[in-house]
Ligand binder design. Structure first.
Ligand code: PEP
Ligand code: MG
Length: 324
C-alpha cells in the first residue's frame, strides 16, 4: 500500500469525474514539517499553535514564536500555511497559566474566548505571525468562534496588530487572509454577513460533531456512539457547504474525519473541495478519491437517505468496496 501511495504522491487528488480536491496537512510541531514534502500535501490547512505552548514550561516569548513561525513558512516554500491562534482551555491546559476550575471545560472558557477576554497572548501571537511573514502571504484563523461578533472582535485585534507593526517599521504581509473555525453549530446559522466577512471557514469536525450530537469527544462511553455518516450530521454539513457556495466563502474541513478515506469521499460527494488531515492520511485519501465518481457516490448517499437509514455508512461501504 505504501508503494501505491508513493506512486500517486505527485499526482493531484482528482476524482474519476474530474473534480479536484485540495488535500492539506495538519501540523503543530517542527517535527511535522518534513511531511510537507513527503506527503504530497498542498499546504498546511491547520497549524495548531498551542502545541508549541504546551511543550514548554514557560510562556514562549514573542521573538521565539516569530522565529518558529518563520521556520514553518520557510519549510512550506510558498505553500499556504494556515495558523490557528492559541486553542487552549478544555482539554488543553497550559501548566504556567492559572487553571480555572470549570464544571464543563469543553463548554467553558477556551480558545478565542480566552483570546478576547485576555488579549495579551493573542496580541503577542498575531504580532509574531506578522513578523514571521515578513512581507510574505499570511493566513490566520481563530478557533471556536460561536458567533459573528467574536470573529469581528478577533479580526479587529489583527487590524490593530498590523497597525502597530506598521508603525514599528516592520514589513506587513503581502496578502492576509483571516478566517474562522466552524466548530459550534451556532456558527453554521450565523447571518449571511458573517459568511461574507470571513476570508474563509474551516470546519473543526472534532468539536463540531461533539456539540452537534452532545457527545463528549473525550468520553469513551459516548465518543463513538454517533457516526459521522449519520444523515443528520451529513445534512447539517451539506447546509454549510451550500451556504458557503451561495455566499462564495472558501470552505475546508480539518477535523480527524477528513483523514478517514470513507468519510473524506463522502465529504467530497456533498461538495467539500478542501480537506486537511494528518500527513499519513493524504495517500489513502487521495487514493480513494482518484477511484471515486462523486456523482455516483452522491446518488448512493441520496438513495440510502431516501430509504430512511440512520447512517449511510453500509451503503457507502458497499459502493466503495474494492476502491479502498
Ligand atoms: C476540531 O475540533 O476538529 C479541530 C480541528 O481542532 P482540535 O481537534 O484541535 O480541537
Ligand atoms: Mg477544535
Amino acid at each position: 500500500a505504501q508503494e501505491r501511495y508513493a506512486s500517486i504522491r505527485d499526482k493531484p487528488a482528482e476524482t474519476v469525474c474530474g473534480t479536484r480536491i485540495s488535500l492539506l496537512m495538519n501540523a503543530g510541531l517542527m517535527a511535522d514539517l518534513p511531511s510537507l514534502d513527503g506527503s504530497g500535501a498542498e499546504g498546511v490547512g491547520l497549524f495548531r499553535t498551542e502545541l508549541q505552548f504546551l511543550i514548554r514550561n514557560h510562556m514562549p516569548k514573542r521573538a521565539e514564536l516569530s522565529e518558529l513561525y518563520a521556520r514553518v513558512m520557510d519549510a512550506a516554500q510558498g505553500k499556504r500555511v494556515t495558523f490557528r491562534t492559541l486553542d487552549i482551555g478544555s482539554d488543553k491546559v497550559l501548566p504556567y497559566m492559572t487553571a480555572t476550575d470549570e464544571p464543563n471545560p469543553a463548554l467553558g472558557w477556551r480558545a478565542v474566548r480566552v483570546g478576547l477576554d485576555k488579549p495579551g497572548v493573542m496580541r503577542m501571537q498575531l504580532q509574531a505571525l506578522i513578523r514571521a511573514a515578513n512581507g510574505r502571504p499570511l493566513s490566520v484563523m481563530f478557533p471556536f468562534v460561536a458567533q459573528r461578533e467574536e470573529f469581528t472582535a478577533a479580526r479587529a485585534e489583527m487590524e490593530k496588530a498590523l497597525e502597530r507593526e506598521r508603525i514599528l517599521g516592520h514589513n506587513l504581509p503581502s496578502t492576509l487572509e483571516v478566517g474562522a473555525m466552524l466548530e459550534t453549530p451556532s456558527l453554521a446559522f450565523a447571518p449571511d454577513s458573517f459568511y461574507r466577512e470571513v476570508d474563509f471557514l474551516s470546519i473543526g469536525g472534532n468539536d463540531l460533531k461533539q456539540f452537534f450530537f452532545a457527545a463528549d469527544r473525550e468520553n469513551e462511553l459516548v465518543r463513538k456512539r454517533y457516526d459521522t455518516l449519520n444523515v443528520s450530521f451529513l445534512t447539517f454539513l451539506e447546509g454549510i457547504v451550500d451556504r458557503c457556495n451561495r455566499l462564495e466563502t472558501p470552505l475546508s474541513f480539518c477535523g480527524e474525519d477528513a483523514g478517514r478515506p470513507v468519510e473524506a469521499a463522502c465529504m467530497a460527494a456533498i461538495g467539500l473541495r478542501s480537506l486537511s488531515m494528518r500527513p499519513a492520511s493524504i495517500g489513502p485519501v487521495k487514493s480513494i478519491l482518484r477511484r471515486t465518481d462523486l456523482g455516483e457516490l452522491r446518488e448512493v448517499i441520496h438513495e440510502a437517505r431516501e430509504a430512511g437509514v440512520q447512517s449511510v455508512r453500509p451503503q457507502v461501504m458497499e459502493y466503495l468496496r474494492g476502491k479502498l
